[in-house]
Design a protein around this ligand. Sequence first.
Ligand SMILES: *[C@@H]1O[C@H](CO)[C@@H](O)[C@H](O)[C@H]1NC(C)=O
Ligand SMILES: *[C@@H]1O[C@H](CO)[C@@H](O)[C@H](O)[C@H]1NC(C)=O
Ligand SMILES: *[C@@H]1O[C@H](CO)[C@@H](O)[C@H](O)[C@H]1NC(C)=O
Length: 437
Amino acid sequence: MSWNWSVCVVLLAALTLCHAGPDPHAKPNLNPIQTDPPVFVRQTENAKLYTVGKGDDIINVLHLWGNPYERGFAHGTIMKEEASAMMKAVWGYFEKEIIDAVNSTVPGFFKEWFLKDVANLGLDVALDLEKAATKPYTPQYFYDEIQGLADGAGVDVKIIERIHLIGELTKGSCSMYGAWGKAVPLPNSVMQLRALDWASDGPFQNYPQLTVYHIDDSNATNGHSFVNIGWSGWVGSITGMSSTQMAISEIGVAYPDDTFGKESRFGFPFTFLLRDILQFDNTLDDSINRIANAHRTCDLILGVGDGKLNTFRGIEYSAEVSYFFDDINMRPVAEWHPKIENVVYWGMDWLDPGYSSVLGRQLQKYHGNITAENTIRDIVSIVQTGDLHIAVYDLTKNIMYVANARKDNAGGPKNAYDRPFIRVDAKKLFDEHKPTV
Ligand SMILES: *[C@@H]1O[C@H](CO)[C@@H](O)[C@H](O)[C@H]1NC(C)=O
Ligand SMILES: *[C@@H]1O[C@H](CO)[C@@H](O)[C@H](O)[C@H]1NC(C)=O
Ligand SMILES: *[C@@H]1O[C@H](CO)[C@@H](O)[C@H](O)[C@H]1NC(C)=O
């Protein structure tokens, strides 16, 4: 986030650390967890829409069937109003952030190299260059789904393609943990956190959507069903869980160390790589192989949990390297990032003593009893991480707990970590039947 950046300072010539941290007086989140089952709204040939949550915290749950084009078309058709409004609003936000950033010296939402391209070449050319840099590495089914979405929603396909490059072009500072074994109350279980701190002043919080992809797995090459936690009109993945009891976490790295090497813009957008993990990987080993062999681009930390093996790995991810971490070899090694048995974690960035140390402290406080309830009440709220959305995944029980930032004109606190969480039974989502219309 831009405010986080502006207070990050250079501490040593060779090592830049982020120097922000949570408010020491942060309050626990005492909202009751909402547990009502999904409420049916409407259906079409390849889609069914439900909602979960109450009052100001309603989230759409969209089920999709069919081939990639059909899924996109069904998404665009049944969510026409929301998806086209979301895309218009994101495009407007995109343009405004770029104009502000190009005209000012304060670093903000977009990466510097992209702003330089925009300043030198104009926005259209800069975005066309980025598409050209990623298209050769992107499987056709993403483009097919986006075309279906454009046709269904009546939105220019180019706008939707460009919005889906946003992950490569912007900065985010998020948090994650994976906890298993001695860290959790049930020894054969795994808990995972994904807290998204990104663009909470944009339009995203107004269009939250759990998109459930029902994949015909009679042909193994199709993959399997998964739920993508994002927004109406969005088909990339940054947060989600699969029917093979696996889930993803992701942190954008603004403060790497020299082990990351150089970034590249030529490769596979990470929001599509994360989605392939959800759709195609059967075990954590599949994801490790996928990540190790991918044409990687920008600096990230990824997290992948597996509720069948009851374990989790954090990944240092860049164009040059991929390193896989458990609780023994976790990096960076620093006083402010202590190793915790059967836990892997990062707060907001790679080198972020302020947030990582508070996340580590709260995880130690609940070590042996890291549950969804304790994470919601006393971890994310105290670390103040997850301003836009949060998923706490109980991979062993197939349950996820989701919170979203305050929508425009809604009441209550602004940040997702202070708002009511909604309990969602992922297994029931995957069991939903295709409509017969
Ligand atoms: C910078 O701001 C001016 C108005 O203050 C605007 O006309 C111009 O287009 C902006 N520059 C860019 C590159 O957007
Ligand atoms: C499975 O799906 C792939 C890709 O959609 C296709 O090429 C292949 O022929 C299918 N296999 C069978 C046995 O239907
Ligand atoms: C563990 O946390 C739960 C809340 O998730 C609480 O009800 C329980 O008392 C805690 N157990 C211990 C041993 O602290």
